[in-house]
Design a protein around this ligand. Structure first.
Ligand code: GAL
Length: 427
């Protein structure tokens, strides 16, 4: 059957009018509250969230957003509050949760989350999100439980190029070089070789040391059972980590991740290992230029490997405003929202139709991270929920704290092995 050109144009115009008016109706229809729970409260964390909320407010002017962010990097405090609320029958409308075990081993397993397949199908996201990421937010039956807003990288080493030149050091290629050569050279100049912050940032550093010492397969083996937690290689991770700690600032337990990153910018410390929310902090909060005011490399010994994590939001069962959450999630997963959020957050868009090629939106840092994301070996971050459940994480933070005091590698290895068994890690 053949249709005239005019007829097709009329049909197209009608479809456009209809879709615009149905969008308008949906937007007018929604009202009431929408409580958004996260740990993005400031210092580089909040700018992206606030920009998202501002755009959502424009789209849905009658929805009242309650931003219930709980301060504390990496969600260590937020997760405790969330658990009380979820299990006490007072779930927030939507909450931040990492893709992977953090989502699946607790909230999905407990049957507390709504499946979101309809949202993914209606938006064509099954084709727009990387399969590996979809797998991290799905159960074995293919039900999808959250909407990713980004891809972050955990294993990044930050530094200031002009400072390294001034101190006569170069970026160490592995942890042995860092410990044996870079660290003493910097200490001789009264410069802190590596800055670290509070407890969780220490476990963040630990996973980069583990990846550097064990390699991608060995690191993955910790989570899939192929690497024994008490093997000589695993003990060596702790030995190396202990030597790296000895190159760090003494006030580590008292400072936040932002303070630790800023020690590098201020020339107090030479290096810092932190996820690329540090890029968001440098760019959005401190107005720094990539490659001049700050630069980056893969954490020592991890070149060619991208340790990933993803921030996602889900819809818990029995929330007060499910329709508002659905509108929020529909928005959050769109390329438009991801292009608003990620340039401020320091992360890559998870939706592959976002404008990552636009260098006016995504500067040199993002271009370099994207190149690595699309060419490197991908592994998941323990610290940020991709490969181990929250139960492992809280126990592991204690092991990290104990190790800081006693530097006993054998005991840390054995305790981590026991924790892995208790929390169902390693098969
Ligand atoms: C991570 C989270 C990032 C950032 C970071 C520091 O767990 O995925 O988006 O918030 O903590 O707080």
């Amino acid at each position: 059957m053949k249709y005239g050109k005019k007829f097709l144009l009329v049909v197209l115009a009608l479809m456009l009018v209809l879709s615009i008016s149905s969008m308008a109706t949906a937007q007018d229809d929604l009202s009431g509250d929408l409580e958004i729970f996260s740990w993005w409260t400031g210092g580089g964390e909040a700018a992206g969230l606030e920009a998202l909320i501002a755009k959502f407010n424009e789209l849905y002017p009658n929805v009242n957003i309650i931003n219930s962010a709980v301060a504390g990097g990496s969600g260590v405090n937020a997760r405790a509050v969330l658990t009380t609320r979820m299990l006490g029958g007072d779930p927030p409308d939507t909450f931040q949760v990492h893709a992977g075990a953090e989502l699946n081993s607790l909230w999905v397993k407990a049957g507390r989350m709504e499946s979101l397949n309809d949202i993914f199908e209606a938006n064509g996201w099954l084709e727009q999100y990387p399969q590996g990421l979809l797998d991290l937010i799905s159960d074995a039956e293919g039900n999808i439980y959250s909407v990713p807003v980004n891809i972050h990288r955990s294993n990044v080493l930050w530094y200031v190029p002009s400072k390294l030149e001034e101190w006569g050091v170069t970026v160490p290629k592995d942890w042995t070089e860092f410990v044996d050569t870079t660290c003493p050279a910097l200490q001789a100049k009264d410069v802190t070789p590596i800055s670290i912050g509070e407890n969780w940032t220490q476990s963040h550093l630990w996973e980069s040391v583990a990846l550097g010492v064990l390699g991608a397969d060995g690191y993955n083996g910790l989570w899939n059972g192929a690497t024994n937690w008490t093997s000589p290689e695993s003990v060596q991770v702790w030995d190396t980590y202990g030597k790296v700690l000895a190159c760090a600032n003494e006030d580590m337990n008292a400072i936040s991740w932002q303070d630790a990153s800023k020690q590098v910018i201020d020339g107090q410390a030479a290096f810092n290992v932190m996820g690329d929310w540090a890029a968001g902090y440098f760019i959005a909060d401190l107005s720094l230029e990539p490659n001049t005011d700050f630069a980056w490399a893969a954490a020592p010994g991890t070149d060619g490997v991208f340790m990933m994590l993803s921030d996602t939001f889900g819809l818990p069962k029995d929330v007060k405003h499910p329709e508002n959450v659905r509108a929020w999630l529909n928005f959050l997963g769109s390329a438009e929202a991801q292009d608003i959020f990620n340039p401020l957050k320091g992360s890559l868009p998870a939706n592959t139709t976002a404008k990552i090629d636009d260098a006016t939106l995504y500067n040199a840092y993002f271009q370099s991270a994207y190149e690595d994301w699309t060419t490197n070996t991908i592994v998941g971050s323990q610290r940020h929920g991709a490969v181990a459940p929250a139960a492992f994480d809280s126990g592991f933070l204690n092991i990290i704290a104990t190790f800081q005091a006693d530097k006993d590698s054998a005991s840390a290895s054995a305790n981590a092995a026991a924790l892995a068994i208790q929390t169902g890690i390693g098969g």
